[in-house]
Write a protein that binds this ligand. Structure first.
Ligand code: KIV
Ligand code: ZN
Length: 536
């Protein structure tokens, strides 16, 4: 697959920038680096690594990605080169300088700068005339181009902009040196035929448009982000800006896995191709879900737990006779395997470690030992241990947030009579054991109150969720928690255990560790999430 061929669609992943702007989806630098590694294995062409002017932490994360990911070609990756590493900047010298500081360590750096073109944004947000906007965009694209030879420009809210004005601005920024023109439907307002016509019009009426790459960037406010992206690509765009699991501002962005699989599955009709290794899709979906604590709905196309499940008798009958009756893609095409672990409670650590590595979750040292001990406990209680169980166990050990506080033991008393009670023992950052007991409205509430009594870190609980990793009453439980401390951006935590209260406690402690590690790195941002009921 050659990026020079006329029907090649460049996949520009913005999970680490637009995706990370989703309320509460913030990731640590280490988590971002891990996602960037997975995106490279997936074979995306461009990684938008962040918004370096947003905070010193964001800048450091982009620099780390540029230095590591932007320099390494991964063996077996469709493209021979490392991906382009891109940093976002508003149209100001300050932002563009920060973006350049972020990406310049990559072999293929890109600066992405944006300024709104719709009259609504010009009047109410920017308070600029059309002429002032054009002059600023031209000046800043030229400035970015003086630093970096790969410059992308986005006319924000293009979907609601006057097309004639848009063509003028785009022609001017091409002259100033822009090499990619990204057309955002910032508020997810357009219909597929309108968005396709917008792209067609840009290619036809913008002088110089045929010499640059036209890109699409669609939001999902009306559930049309993927349809609009495909319409834009069919009209001649050759870059799609997408996020894993469709995470992003408000209703999110076009989902990477849906755009890629639509192009692949309907290739004969659409006549386009990408360089993505689709067998990595489920794996990266899980990684991004875990790193952001945004669960993947079971009915999510391509990567949802039920995307390849067949429940009704008629469907099952058809599937047995010929899988094509009800399956347009094979689960293995997207890496969705439900392999039963051939290991049992008598299996050794080497076999366990080998399977984790095959699943893409390699562990070493103490982390391997801890996960192995958890696996043994689980294998004792659970009939069959599945790959999904293993991934959940490994995920707990692969957290990139320092384990400042750790659960030593937990005991709860609950039932139909009396007040639920929890006794908790935690290991503090110096390794000392601290204990507390508390009453609550339910066992989780009691456990959280006892933990609060020890850690003494006031947080507001924004979200709490618990789900079973696999089927059956003996399934491993996976809990996710989102909290906020003072004015910080929200922090999340994840915990897995065969006991749901223990899983909930682990997740809560992980979220407190997240807050504390963020405090020490000084990243302060505001969140927009609304408070949630305390779980019981
Ligand atoms: O949605 C949008 O307009 C954006 C731009 C910064 C490209 O995310
Ligand atoms: Zn966006």
């Amino acid at each position: 697959m050659k990026s020079s061929s006329a029907n090649y669609v460049r996949i520009f992943d913005t999970s680490l920038r637009d995706g990370e702007q989703a309320p509460g989806a913030s990731m640590t630098s280490a988590e971002k680096l891990e996602v960037a590694r997975a995106l490279t294995r997936l074979g995306v062409d461009v990684i938008e690594a962040g918004f370096p002017a947003a905070s010193p932490d964001d800048l450091a994360a982009v620099q780390a990605i540029a230095a590591e990911i932007g320099q390494t070609s991964i063996e077996g990756r469709p493209q021979a080169q490392p991906p382009i590493i891109c940093g976002l900047a508003r149209c100001t010298k300050n932002d563009i300088d920060a973006a350049w500081q972020g990406v310049k360590g990559a072999k293929h750096p890109r600066i992405h700068t944006f300024l709104a073109t719709s009259d609504l944004h010009l009047k109410h947000k920017l308070r600029m005339s059309r002429e002032e906007m054009t002059a600023r965009a031209v000046e800043m694209v030229a400035y970015a181009r003086s630093l970096c030879k790969d410059v992308e420009f986005s006319p924000e809210d293009a979907g609601r902009s006057d097309p004639e004005f848009l063509h003028k601005v785009l022609a001017a920024v091409i002259k100033a040196g822009a090499t990619t023109l990204n057309i955002p439907d910032t508020v997810g307002y357009t219909m597929p035929d309108e968005f396709g016509a917008l792209i067609e019009g840009i290619i036809k009426h913008t002088p110089g448009a045929k010499d640059v790459i036209i890109s699409v960037h669609c939001h999902d406010d009306l559930g049309l982000a993927v349809a609009n992206s495909l319409a834009g690509l069919r009209a001649g765009a050759r870059q799609a800006e997408v996020t894993v699991n469709g995470i992003g501002e408000r209703a999110g962005n076009a989902s990477l896995e849906e755009v890629v699989m639509a192009i692949r599955t309907r290739g004969a009709k659409i006549g386009l191709q990408t360089g993505v290794d689709a067998t990595q899709l489920c794996r990266i979906s899980k990684l991004v879900s875990r790193s952001t604590s945004y669960p993947v709905p079971p009915n999510k196309a391509i990567v949802g737990a039920n995307a390849f499940a067949h429940e009704s008798g008629i469907h099952q009958d058809g599937m047995i006779k010929n899988a094509e009756t009800y399956e347009i893609m094979k689960p293995q095409d997207v890496g969705a395997t439900h392999t039963m672990l051939v290991l049992g409670k008598h299996s050794g650590r080497a076999a366990f470690s080998k399977r984790l590595t095959e699943l893409g979750y390699p562990l070493e040292g103490d982390a391997l030992l801890k996960a192995f001990n958890e696996f043994k406990k689980l294998a004792d209680r659970k009939k069959s241990v599945l790959d999904a169980d293993l991934i959940a166990l490994a995920s707990d050990e692969r957290t990139t947030v320092p384990e400042l506080w750790a659960l030593d033991s937990l005991q709860v008393m609950c039932g139909t009579t009396g007040m639920p009670t929890a006794s908790v023992r935690l290991r503090d950052p110096d390794g000392k054991i601290r204990s507390a007991a508390a009453l609550g409205t339910g066992p989780v509430d009691a456990a959280y109150k006892a933990i609060n009594g020890i850690v003494q870190l006031p947080v507001e609980l924004l979200e709490f969720g618990i789900s079973a990793v696999t089927e059956g009453v003996d399934a491993l439980a996976e809990a996710t928690v989102r909290v906020r401390h003072e004015e910080q951006r929200s922090s999340h935590g994840h915990g897995a255990d065969s006991d749901i209260v223990v899983a909930a406690a682990k997740a809560y402690i992980a979220s407190l560790n997240h807050v504390l590690s963020r405090q020490s790195s000084g990243r302060v941002q505001h969140s927009q999430s609304a408070p949630t009921e305390v779980p019981r």
